[in-house]
Design a protein around this ligand. Structure first.
Ligand code: NAD
Ligand code: UDP
Length: 347
């Protein structure tokens, strides 16, 4: 058993009750680690981690990362931050504080503990990109005063803090730039495009395409993304990032709507609505760096990944059916009410 204890780490996941965080926690527990989940439950929910109740290697602390945190851990994944435009624009000041003050607090913790820390950054640091696909060397095209800026500039400042803590205090940092990720475990009222379209299709309501639907995104299935995060965390000390993590297959939003209609066999009509301010026109990650340094490439195509995601949302709409699509444990988010959600959402 000695080898088990030597390789077992105590890992802090901030934002662990959210969509990606809860999948990451399942993976870390499967790998034999202990996990401390810290979350203020703004967009995350206890239902996301309910299946871990009674698991001796798991602990949950309700805490806001804008406040200092004193815990003892071997590694930190910093994911705390609302990620859907609807939710990060609900309280923009709290969003920017979460990214900036949250990063300062978590980096301070990593500095004291001399432990490795990974930041969940975002493709939003590229803004509305003028080069395509986006490489890590591109500095971006971000509006500093628009409605998306609380998120985009907050995440950009967090990246700066990560690199300054590395240069000034030799903190071992890793920065992942995550591109649009989807899968089971998203909130019914998440408000992002994949979940909106699926929920609308399943309810027979109009599919809301913002703008003319020619804008593009590249969608990564959550299991692939979590693999990438773990590979980056475990990579050699000299790889700080930023590293793009996403699926390079690019689709227009109109194509996504058609896929969802096909897969759900729904006859929902399409309804066009105004394009929100500063909505990026095109987005596709160049993942050459992740492939070369981490031997990582996503495996799940959009068509494949939509199937379990649709099955998951279908089961949410039938509250008595237990959702079993999660790898670790079972009944995830069953029966969650949209009304429990702070910002209401758009679905
Ligand atoms: P999510 O909203 O489901 O999860 C975010 C979690 O952070 C939630 O559980 C929320 O309650 C928690 N949180 C928010 N503010 C907090 C605070 N002040 N203190 C403590 N906890 C707080 O979103 P997600 O999709 O799981 O995103 C996770 C991370 O990945 C975020 O940092 C996001 O910016 C990043 N990211 C996600 C995507 C994506 O497509 N899903 C893309 C790029 C980056
Ligand atoms: N979008 C849409 N209908 C919706 C939600 C989103 O057409 O119901 C569009 C949105 O305008 C954007 C794209 O889908 O062009 C992706 O939006 P999302 O909120 O998922 O994430 P973003 O990549 O913009 O942060």
């Amino acid at each position: 058993m000695a080898h088990l204890y030597e390789s077992r780490k105590r890992i802090l996941v901030t934002g662990g009750a959210g969509f990606i965080g809860s999948h990451l926690i399942d993976r870390l527990l499967r790998d034999g680690h202990e996990v401390l989940c810290v979350d203020n439950l703004f967009t995350g929910s206890k239902q996301n981690i309910d299946h871990l109740h009674g698991e001796p290697r798991f602990e949950f602390v309700r805490h806001d990362v804008t406040l200092p945190l004193y815990v003892e851990v071997d590694e930190i994944y910093n994911l705390a931050c609302p990620a859907s435009p609807v939710h990060y624009q609900y309280d923009p000041l709290q969003t920017i504080k979460t990214s900036v003050q949250g990063a300062i607090n978590m980096l301070g913790l990593a500095k004291r503990l001399r432990c490795r820390i990974l930041q969940a950054s975002t493709s939003e640091v590229y803004g509305d990109p003028t080069i395509h696909p986006q490489t890590e060397s591109y500095w971006g095209n971000v509006n500093p005063i628009g409605v998306r800026s609380c998120y985009d500039e907050g995440k950009r400042c967090a990246e700066t803090l990560f690199f300054d803590y590395h240069r000034q205090y030799a903190v071992e940092v890793k920065v992942a730039r995550i591109f649009n990720t989807y899968g089971p475990g998203m909130h019914l009222s998440d408000g992002r495009v994949v979940s909106n379209f699926i929920v609308q299709a399943l309810r027979g309501e109009p599919i809301t395409i913002y703008g003319d639907g020619t804008q593009t995104r590249s969608f990564c299935y959550v299991d692939d993304l979590v693999n990438g995060l773990v590979c980056l965390m475990e990579s050699s000390t000299d790889l700080l990032g930023p590293v793009n993590l996403g699926n390079p297959a690019e689709f227009t939003i109109r194509q996504l709507a058609q896929f969802v209609l096909d897969e759900t066999r729904s006859s929902s009509p399409i309804l066009t609505q105004p394009l929100p301010q500063d909505d990026p026109k095109q987005r596709r990650p160049d993942i050459a760096l992740a492939t070369a340094k981490l031997s990582w490439t996503p495996r799940v195509s959009l068509r494949e990944g939509l199937k379990p995601t649709i099955a998951y949302f279908r089961s949410l709409m039938q509250p008595l059916v237990l959702v079993t699509s999660r790898g670790y444990g079972a009944h995830h988010m069953a029966g969650l009410k949209a009304s429990a959600y702070p910002a209401g959402g758009q679905v």
